[in-house]
Structures are given as structure tokens and as C-alpha cells.
Design a protein around this ligand. Structure first.
Ligand SMILES: [Zn+2]
Ligand SMILES: [Zn+2]
Length: 183
């Protein structure tokens, strides 16, 4: 779910197929949820887009860049993720909705403006790794004592989590044992 809007006035090009306009602006997007990952933008992401009147509808093509703070999926340390997304989306006026090719993916817009925030957010989401890590060699946290293995070395015995797995997968397996210990 995305909060807010990024509405672009397209009334100048609507009546004139072949014309286009440039959008070179900051996007009012502070946070974005991607699965279990929360992105917090350090400053608004920047969009550099061209909106073209194709005669049928509007084609929006361009790039969006941003820097977001996320938690490392292994050690939970916050770090900065640089994102460079490609935006490519099409918009149809409500009047043309009935004649649209159902195989093409169009968003519908009404009046003289289009909200580009969903397309921009989608382009950024595409760039977010499934399990972001602050460093590919991040050792994560110890599944037994919870210490940050990048900073300290503990004496706990545990088998290494398989590559790409979350340290919490190991934690889950350990929970029944811990419960027994506490009894
Ligand atoms: Zn890490
Ligand atoms: Zn430990």
C-alpha cells in the first residue's frame, strides 16, 4: 500500500498526439513496504520521466532513483540501499477504456491529470533484493545468543545457516529446545 499521490498535469498534451512533456521532480514518497522489508527514504526519490501522448493514451517512460534506509536481513543493522528503477507504464483516458486492447496493461485516468506514484513505487520495489544484506559477507547474528557476529565472536555452537537463509529460520528450530531448557 502506498500513501500519497504524485499527480502530473497532462492537460497540455492531451489534445495533441505526438507531443510529450518532461517530469523532472522529487517524488513525495517517505516509506515503502516490500514484503517484510521497510524502506525509509533519506530524501524524496527523484523521477526523470517523459510522458508522451501516443494517440491512444499516455506512455510514461523514464527513471527513478532514490536512497533508502533498510535493515540488513541477516544482522538487522540499518544501511543505505541505492535504487535505480525503470518506469514504463501506459495510461488510458476513461473515454478510451472500452476500445483498449485487453492484452495491454493500461492504467485508467480521468480528466487532465495522472497519478504516477503507483508506477514509480512499483519501479523502486522491483529493485529491492528479496533479502537485503548490508554486505554480502555479513555474518548475521548468532542464532543462540543473538550477538552480532560481525562485531563479536561467541562460544555458541550452531550449524551455519545455509546460504541465503535467514538467521531466524535457525531460531525457529531452536525454540522448542529453549522452551525445554526453561522448564
Ligand atoms: Zn548485516
Ligand atoms: Zn552466540
Amino acid at each position: 500500500m502506498i500513501m500519497g499521490r504524485f499527480v502530473i498535469d497532462v492537460s497540455d498534451i492531451l489534445g495533441d498526439p505526438g507531443t510529450s512533456l518532461r517530469v523532472d521532480e522529487d517524488v513525495p514518497l517517505e516509506r515503502l513496504n516490500v514484503g517484510d522489508t521497510l524502506l525509509t527514504f533519506e530524501k524524496p526519490p527523484h523521477a526523470d520521466l517523459t510522458v508522451s501522448n501516443t494517440g491512444i493514451g499516455l506512455a510514461v517512460i523514464g527513471a527513478v532513483t532514490g536512497r533508502a534506509t533498510v535493515e540488513c536481513s541477516r544482522c538487522l543493522e540499518p544501511f543505505t540501499l541505492s535504487l535505480h528503477g525503470s518506469v514504463e507504464s501506459g495510461y488510458l483516458p476513461t473515454s478510451a477504456e472500452a476500445t483498449a486492447d485487453p492484452d495491454e496493461e493500461w492504467e485508467i485516468f480521468e480528466g487532465g491529470s495522472v497519478d504516477l506514484l503507483p508506477a514509480i513505487a512499483a519501479a523502486l520495489v522491483m529493485e529491492v533484493p528479496f533479502a537485503p544484506v548490508h554486505d554480502e559477507s555479513c555474518l548475521g547474528i548468532c542464532p543462540v545468543c543473538g550477538c552480532d557476529l560481525n562485531r563479536e565472536q561467541c562460544e555458541c555452537e550452531f550449524t551455519d545457516a545455509t546460504d541465503g537463509a535467514s538467521p531466524f529460520d535457525v531460531l525457529k528450530d531452536l525454540v522448542p529446545e529453549e522452551d525445554q531448557d526453561e522448564e
